[in-house]
Ligand binder design. Sequence first.
Ligand SMILES: [Zn+2]
Length: 265
Amino acid sequence: MILTPDNYYSPEANREYLSVSQYKDFCGCYGYPGCEAAAMAKISGEWQEDVTTALLIGSYVDSYFEGTLDQFKVMHPEIFTQKGMLRSEYKHAELMIARAEQDPMFMRYMSGQKQVIMTGEIAGALFKIKIDSYHPGLCIVDLKTVQSVTKGYYVADLGKVDFMTYWGYDLQLAAYQEIVWQNTGQRLRVFVDAITKERHPVPMLIEIRQNRLNEALETIRFNIPRILRIKNGEQEPERCGHCDYCHDTEVIRGPIYSDMIDLEV
Ligand SMILES: [Zn+2]
């Protein structure tokens, strides 16, 4: 199957190819646990994740930089009030965009080829990526709207980690770097061009160290064989018991004692 902008997110493409977001559906990252059952239900089309305002704000900013904001507005009438004005959350997204545009270096890194699709193979899985801003021979740039760039997130047994580690952006960009290398023979530097959602948005350009990318790629490689067995129907997906999908589909099989409840940590 040849991927195009039109079929990139199609159920067929998601069955044939693994992507970073599908990988995270299965395995999660520090910021959220994966759920194999939910991942499979998304692939089959049986279940869809809620579209939250936070997600839509991110998409609003993304689509502006892709040059597709007009289509986005047509597709999402819910971002307007009944009087046809932008809702305040999206007015704030406009402020984030304006703040990013004030910064020449932010804009230079965003000025590569937009939404470049490439495919390759990682640990036996066909893998698809879509790069926000690709500068051939130079670097790979991903745009992120984040709550804060300075906030530390506490992870048990690891301590405080930055937002990149917490949300698995190192995993994402490690996969991008690998697939670009497979297509071009060049291992490019990778950057996150971040703009915060704070009242006073802050732009920041962050490079990910190569040792972090190597480690992240190893993690992905380690987890892929199990994902493939599940996608191929050779292994039953496990339910996490805590996510929206598990809540939506839980069936009581009989009473349990309270000390048997699988406690969240
Ligand atoms: Zn679950």
